[in-house]
Write a protein that binds this ligand. Structure first.
Ligand SMILES: C[S@@+](CC[C@H](N)C(=O)[O-])C[C@H]1O[C@@H](n2cnc3c(N)ncnc32)[C@H](O)[C@@H]1O
Length: 205
């Protein structure tokens, strides 16, 4: 269901994300100073690749993965148009064997951990991919912190296929699942107050 859901929304999503709104720019401005020219970055749930392409100039290499075929097609097209030579994209999920041994030093997971089937299992896999000392930089909306009325609207939207399944994280729950997967949290900031979106930086223990 997830890939089909995002395939249908890929071109509209790309139109919006290309505009680099204030929230996008803020996440970039917090993330870029943490990266350097030796970093090999996995952009998990990269969608149409806008973050991957924006981060490419300050790292050694960035590899974006997404299960949506349409999203990856858009990312690939923009990479070619913008001639970003150190970015690559693949339509796979986080469990793909193609990612093993790729030497990732950092995984960015923007707006995706609330969408996976089991965040604990996904985070354990991301921790495996970056290895001890590797980093996770993420943003995650915490649905569990939203007003009950808004949560009800989301549930209705999910029933008619207008919203994906979303894990109802509270901030403590999100922090505990990141920690339990083998990461030590370094920093937490509120990225988007109205969606209770948290930016978390963590290092693999
Ligand atoms: C809300 S979009 C966020 C995209 C991008 N990171 C951003 O912040 O603009 C979520 C994306 O995650 C992808 N996704 C969800 N579960 C995934 C999984 N297990 N593996 C790879 N991609 C996944 C979806 O296809 C979708 O493109």
């Amino acid at each position: 269901m997830t890939a089909t859901f995002w395939d249908k929304r890929a071109s509209k999503y790309d139109e919006v994300v290309r505009a680099h709104d204030d929230d996008f720019e803020q996440v970039l401005s917090w993330t870029k100073p943490l990266l350097n020219s030796t970093d090999v970055v996995l952009d998990f749930g990269c969608a149409s690749g806008e973050y991957s392409l924006a981060l490419a100039d300050c790292v050694n290499r960035v590899h974006g993965i997404d299960t949506s075929e349409q999203m990856i097609a858009l990312a690939q097209r923009k990479k070619d148009e913008r001639r970003v030579l150190n970015a690559s994209f693949d339509q796979v999920d986080e469990f793909s064997g193609s990612l093993d041994g790729d030497g990732f030093t950092t995984v960015v997971a923007f707006d995706v951990l609330h969408l996976v089937d089991d965040a604990a299992v996904t985070l354990a896999r991301l921790r495996e991919l970056v290895g001890t000392g590797g980093r996770l930089i993420s943003t995650t909306p915490c649905l569990g912190e939203w007003q009950p009325f808004v949560r009800l609207l989301i549930q209705l939207a999910q029933k008619v296929g207008l919203a994906p399944r979303i894990a109802p994280f509270t901030l403590p729950k999100l922090e505990s699942v990141v920690t339990a997967a083998g990461f030590r949290i370094q920093e937490v900031r509120t990225a988007i107050p109205k969606t209770a979106t948290r930016w978390i930086v963590a290092t693999a223990r």
